[in-house]
Design a protein around this ligand. Structure first.
Ligand code: C5P
Length: 227
């Protein structure tokens, strides 16, 4: 069977990674969570004090990009790839609200984007890949055989993300989580460089009323039609 490239884009916290991970497992494909990579660069900037009072020392960060090594290792117990930043597993650290609050500013920087897009293209060059993010169908793999644009009602997304952070023991409130999602969606859709867009050839998937299994079943049907 043909090894496809599947691009999954959409708003923050609408279950793109959950879908991409399940799909990759089912099809025996590679799963690449590109948001984790933007979060990894953001964590590097925070840990190296390149962000003060919300201001990014952009030129310094750009000059340090060659020092940032990002890779994934598979966690058998959790059944998911986890991000390594310069050899250290940072999966937990990159998911905090602190990182979420700066990541869309970091992702606006064009040099950061080309640095990561190059890596993403290499990771997916052999096909048999499910990649999720904001610019996968528009920029990273414009020729992907299947493109999905995932969305869900804002209050449902905020509630899902809030519960996820709470379950991880983060001290957060629903209003802050909802405000962060709104802000990231605005920044991601309005930025000059590779904004989040719905390409003409993408299938829209609104999963507000779908369970993760229901959503997977639906997408597997679409995959079956083009394979
Ligand atoms: O997917 P996730 O919500 O973890 O992504 C975090 C942020 O990284 C997004 O809000 C966006 O600013 C940025 N991002 C991006 N392009 C991608 C993936 C993520 O700009 N392909």
């Amino acid at each position: 069977m043909k090894k496809l490239t599947i691009a999954i884009d959409g708003y923050s916290s609408c279950g793109k990674s959950t879908l991409a991970k399940a799909l990759a497992k089912e099809l025996n494909y590679i799963f690449v969570d590109t948001g984790a990579m933007y979060r990894g660069v953001s964590l590097y900037a925070i840990e190296n004090e390149l962000i003060l009072d919300g201001q990014i020392a952009e030129n310094v960060l750009i000059s340090r990009l060659p020092e940032i090594d990002l890779s994934f290792e598979f966690n058998e117990k959790e059944q998911r790839p986890e991000l390594l930043l310069n050899g250290k597993n940072v999966e937990h650290k990159i998911r905090t609200l602190e990182v979420s609050q700066v990541v869309s500013q970091v992702a606006k920087i064009s040099e950061v984007r080309s640095f990561l897009v190059d890596k993403q293209r290499k990771m997916g060059e052999t096909g048999g890949v499910v990649m999720d993010g904001r610019d996968i169908g528009s920029v990273v793999f414009p020729n992907a055989e299947l493109k999905l644009f995932v969305t869900a009602a804002p209050e449902i997304r905020a509630d899902r993300r809030f519960k996820e952070l709470q379950a991880k023991g983060e001290d957060v409130n629903l209003e802050d989580v909802a405000a962060n999602l709104k802000e990231r969606d605005e920044l991601d859709t309005s930025r000059k460089e590779s904004p989040l867009i719905q390409t003409d050839d993408a299938i829209v998937l609104d999963n507000s009323n779908l369970t993760p299994d229901g959503q997977l079943e639906l997408v597997l049907k679409w995959v079956g039609r083009i394979q």
